[in-house]
Design a protein. Structure first.
Length: 93
């Protein structure tokens, strides 16, 4: 498992696009520098936190993502709108 995690993190860090990996049942957030910019003022708080703790305003959405993927199923979204509080106020992203 350690080798798998290491390989996944290396891939994530090398990506020029914002990527976050949700690790384990808690959905522990590991992300790259580009995602840190996306996270706004929530970075660096988010890094290493569970996704539900990190983004409580979309906790139900993220719990579904983690549970679905851990069950072996897949998800795909196109133009999914979410309201996030990245810089202290709600933003549609």
């Amino acid at each position: 498992m350690v080798k798998s995690l290491r390989a996944a993190v290396q891939l994530l860090l090398a990506s020029p696009v914002p990527l976050v990996m949700l690790w384990g049942k808690a959905g522990t957030m590991i992300y790259n520098d580009t995602y840190a910019g996306f996270a706004g003022r929530r970075h660096p708080f988010l890094f290493g936190k569970s996704v539900e703790e990190g983004w409580p305003e979309i906790a139900d959405f993220n719990r579904n993502v983690v549970d679905t993927c851990l069950s072996g199923a897949t998800l795909s979204y196109s133009d999914k709108r979410l309201t996030l509080h990245r810089s202290g106020a709600p933003e549609d992203v």
